[in-house]
Ligand binder design. Structure first.
Ligand code: 4NP
Length: 146
């Protein structure tokens, strides 16, 4: 699960995805394209909206997406078109390129939707991001486990 800072959107996506998959069979992680918040806990508004849904993401720490991630993980879900561009630029071959998808393409195929960056907005933005990611991760979890 990849966003820009790895403190708002992708930590929620990671927490949601992990809560829906069998932990013995899947490794779920998140990272940011920028590395600008490296080592930091998630934004308190993300932690709060997750807590309101009984999801604890408070132990996550921001890290920067690496070249190795593109090799190691089978699926790379990005939050928006800018993330897509940035991560595609890191890919070294078609196998890596084919792993990278916008997360809302799973829930709303053909609509090319972004999970909007909630960082500079208010709490409502985080609630709306949570809802979108809850829907998308439901669909992804069902696909991966079917
Ligand atoms: P995220 O949100 O990419 O969902 O983690 C952001 C976090 C920080 C910044 C931008 C977006 N920032 O500009 O510092």
């Amino acid at each position: 699960m990849v966003c820009l800072g790895n403190i708002c959107r992708s930590p929620l996506a990671e927490g949601l995805m992990r809560s829906k998959l069998n932990f013995t069979k899947f490794t779920v992680d998140s990272a940011g394209t920028s590395g600008g918040h490296k080592g930091e806990a998630s934004d308190k508004r993300s932690i709060e909206i997750a807590m309101q849904h009984d999801l604890d993401i408070s132990d996550q720490r921001s890290r920067k997406l690496t070249q190795e991630d593109l090799e190691e993980f089978d699926y790379i879900y990005v939050m928006d078109s800018k993330n897509l561009e940035d991560v595609q630029r890191m890919a070294v071959d078609d196998t890596q390129r084919s792993k990278i998808k916008k997360i809302l393409d799973e829930a709303f195929p053909g609509e090319n939707l972004d999970v909007p960056d909630p960082y500079y907005g208010g709490k409502q933005g985080f609630a709306s991001v949570y809802k979108m990611l809850d829907q998308a991760t439901d669909i992804i979890a069902k696909k991966l486990q079917s």
